[in-house]
Write a protein that binds this ligand. Structure first.
Ligand code: IPD
Ligand code: CA
Length: 267
């Protein structure tokens, strides 16, 4: 596939994310009438998630009929040209009138992340990147913080019930003991973007699914952050840990997560 074809998909994804964001907003603004169900402990699902993903599948079938789609709600299989969507990341925020949620769309070619778009409609912030072409928020180039002192750092730690609480508590303890401030804002996709954009100094999560970070990993790499090699092994079906951090702090954070510093992708 030529660079032109990938660029075409990036621009298309920017349009798709904005249209899907507008669709999600209609549900968000009428939240009281939304049925909220639980997929599992602390795992929220609204009708908006399914509707946004379904609309995205129609868009891809129309614009790029040979491409495959994997989504949080309806699954899917790997393909040479693969779109990965999280229709609403930060669903627990969405369901509670908290604006910190987004639509996340990643594009992979033969397993390599090539382009990513993440749109947070309430805040009207759109992150996007393409391999080799930098990363932007609302058109402005982004970079990680450049922080070198962990004693001044703010690190977001993602949580889900997919890992034992003790592991999360251990990671939070190590973060505080290192002198950093820890927080959690409940959208992995935005958490990765915020680490790439200097709004935090790092994002760590011991297990996350591919739809949460498929767009974020290319945005973070293009911004110049250190990023763990998320798409190694069977990440598409079983997930992996994720670390995105300003480069000087990444080796220490990787060690806290039990990752080898050599597994970090930089530059
Ligand atoms: C979750 C969020 C959360 C992260 C979890 C994800 P959802 O996705 O991204 O921040 O810690 O691992 O499952 O349920 O809001 O789509
Ligand atoms: Ca998600």
């Amino acid at each position: 596939m030529s660079d032109f074809e990938i660029t075409r998909r990036r621009y298309a994804a920017i349009g798709f994310a904005q249209e899907l964001g507008a669709l999600a907003m209609r549900y968000y603004l009428n939240r009281e009438s939304l049925a909220v169900s639980m997929k599992g402990a602390q795992d929220f699902l609204t009708v908006a998630d399914g509707a946004v993903e379904q609309r995205f599948r129609e868009m891809i079938a129309d614009a790029f009929p040979g491409d495959g789609v994997v989504g949080e709600e309806a699954g899917g299989a790997n393909a040479e040209n693969l779109w990965i969507i999280d229709p609403i990341d930060g669903t627990s925020n969405f369901a509670r009138d908290n604006p910190h949620w987004c639509v996340s769309i990643g594009f992979l070619r033969r397993g390599v992340p090539e382009a990513g778009v993440i749109f947070a409609p309430v805040m009207n912030e759109l992150y996007e990147a393409q391999r080799g072409q930098g990363a932007r928020r609302n058109g402005k180039t982004i970079h990680p913080s450049g922080e070198t002192d962990i004693g001044r750092a703010t690190i977001e730690i993602g949580w889900s019930s997919r890992r034992p609480h003790e592991d999360y508590i251990g990671l939070a303890r190590a973060t505080f003991e290192a002198g950093a401030q820890a927080k959690r804002s409940a959208s992995g996709a935005l958490g990765v973007c915020y680490a790439a954009d200097g709004r935090t100094d790092g994002y760590m999560e011991l297990h996350i699914n591919a739809w949460d970070v498929a767009a974020g990993v290319i945005i973070a790499r293009e911004a110049g952050a250190a990023v763990s090699n998320f798409f190694s092994g069977d990440a598409l079906t079983t997930g992996n840990p994720i670390l995105v951090a300003t480069p000087a702090l990444a080796p220490r954070l990787a060690a806290m997560m039990g990752l080898e510093a050599g597994e970090l992708l930089t530059g």
